[in-house]
Write a protein that binds this ligand. Structure first.
Ligand code: AMP
Ligand code: MG
Length: 491
């Protein structure tokens, strides 16, 4: 028996300038530490076969499965605002694409699988810590209902990677609607290769925006589609307290999925200026800056698409500006609608936005935990005597004052208390991948080869909206000495 992947590759059929053909570099002693069995089934793969030694070798890049067409994708990108004309998959290799059970084409990519022509000075490898972090956080995002790449498997390689110290090496199998980024368009734009931009845009439309096929101005519509999806995505991030950490244009997906989990983090106490990434010294990618940065990235995409819009420079720039101009409204609509749901409103009224902003301001001032405040607000909606929410505020009176206005507003709606609490619990998670938990998992795995904490955390985060009394401690914010103040790219 061999492990069968029903590959149907399309990206590797594009022109040679789109990628470099390169196979993964074999590793010493692959050991599977996690297989995402439900995802394997969703992809039409046999989870039992993937758990055999042969399966582990494939997931480690030691064996290339039949039908794979391994490539490293070419892309460019703005990193912290600086343009780099050639980045590309320096430590990732796309094995190929499969059509999943819902008929959606999915990339299967190995991350940490050895050097490629795009590796520059990197070793093409990944350390175990960042692999576990991406596994945990991407699967948590999926369970939260937020568009994201997913994690099919993690293997340790039996080799060490040298970072500040020698660390266990690992490979993540990442699954994505595609790995096409804003930076993929930039790669061709900087080379003034308009034919390639058109080929790429056509591929993207067929794959991610098929509803635009045959429309009158498909490339304009494509830009509008990416703008809408990114605006909605970033709104979803803000609504769960997620900070991506490296919103470079090469980490900005054209399909609208969250991609490239590096120094990402969920905030504990609400702070709009929150930054965790050690390399984000200016706070460019701070929590509340994310909408602005997404629009900045989309503006770079628009620049790449201009040659497809038409000949008249002035006119096409104006058209692009019009399309980009929709971002603030689309974002704000999604964000405000999400916030209204988070505080339990079923209807929309003048004054709602200000009411909610006052809560956020009080949370920031009082270092209230973002996740627990909203979850406890649901309890308070269900039972007026439940007052745990106020305990999240340094000055609980600040909450009481706000809650009086909130209750007045709720009284204008006919829903029952129980109905409201159910609706709020469905949008306000109890369990998020808190940094101190992720850190503890990584320490246990890296120092003690112990994956019990990893398994438990992944299990709890799979049901973020459900009360899980046995795992209640996973909802707790860190104690002062558990607080994680910085996260690292860990490349
Ligand atoms: P990232 O910060 O993960 O988005 O990566 C930015 C760029 O650096 C991409 O082109 C990566 O492929 C490349 N890169 C990151 N880590 C490594 C590594 N260990 N070896 C080679 N290239 C890398
Ligand atoms: Mg990246």
């Amino acid at each position: 028996m061999t492990v069968h992947f029903p590959f149907q590759n399309s990206y590797s059929a594009l022109p040679d300038s789109f990628f470099a053909r390169v196979a993964p570099t074999p590793v010493a002693a692959p050991r599977l530490i996690k297989l995402n069995r439900p995802l394997a089934v969703q992809l039409g793969l046999d989870p039992d076969m993937l758990e055999t030694p042969e399966g582990a070798e494939i997931l480690a890049g030691k064996t290339v499965p039949d039908g794979a067409d391994p490539i490293a994708m070419a892309y460019a990108g703005h990193q912290f605002g600086q343009f780099v004309p050639q980045l590309g998959d320096g430590r990732a290799i796309l094995l190929g694409e499969v059509i999943d059970r819902d008929g959606v084409r999915r990339d299967i990519q190995l991350k940490g699988s050895g050097p490629t022509p795009f590796s520059r000075r990197g070793d093409g490898r990944a350390a175990l810590g960042p692999v576990l972090r991406e596994y945990i956080v991407s699967e948590a995002m999926y369970a939260l209902g937020i568009p994201t790449t997913r994690s099919l498997a993690a293997v340790v390689t039996g080799e060490h990677v040298i970072r500040e110290t020698a660390l266990p090496g690992a490979v993540l199998t990442r699954v994505a609607a595609s790995h096409i980024r804003v930076g993929t368009f930039q790669f061709f734009a900087v080379r003034r290769d308009t034919d390639a931009i058109r080929r790429l845009a056509d591929h993207v439309i067929a794959r991610h925006y098929p509803e635009l096929l045959g429309t009158e101005r498909p490339y304009h519509a494509l830009l509008a589609g990416v703008v809408a999806r990114q605006a909605e995505l970033v709104a979803r991030w803000l609504l769960v307290g997620f900070i991506h950490g490296v919103m470079n244009t090469d980490n900005s997906s054209i399909s609208g999925e969250t991609i490239d989990y590096g120094p990402c983090a969920f905030m504990d106490a609400y702070n709009p200026a929150q930054v965790f990434s050690s390399i984000d010294e200016m706070g460019r990618y701070a929590y509340a800056n994310q909408p602005r940065i997404a629009l900045w990235n989309l503006t770079r995409l628009a620049e790449c698409l201009l040659p497809l819009f038409g000949e008249e420079q002035e006119k096409v720039v104006e058209q692009a500006q019009d399309i980009l101009g929709a971002f603030p409204e689309t974002f704000s609509k999604a964000y405000q609608a999400g916030l209204r749901k988070k505080v339990g409103l079923f209807t929309e009224r003048d004054g709602d936005e200000a009411l909610i902003q006052d809560l956020l301001d009080a949370m920031a001032k009082n270092q209230a935990d973002f996740t627990l405040t909203f979850r406890r607000l649901g309890d308070a909606a269900g039972d007026p005597a439940a007052d745990d929410a106020r305990a999240e505020f340094m000055d609980p009176a600040a909450f009481d004052e706000w809650a009086r206005r909130w209750r007045e507003r709720l009284a204008a709606e006919p829903q029952s208390a129980a109905e409201r609490q159910t609706a709020m619990n469905a949008v306000n998670p109890l369990f998020i991948p808190r940094n101190h938990r992720v850190e503890a998992v990584i320490q246990a795995a890296v120092n003690d080869d112990n994956y019990a904490l990893f398994e438990e955390l992944v299990k709890v985060l799979a049901k973020p909206y459900e009360d899980q009394p046995d795992y209640a401690a996973y909802a707790d914010p860190p104690l002062p000495d558990q607080r994680v103040l910085q996260t690292f790219c860990g490349t």
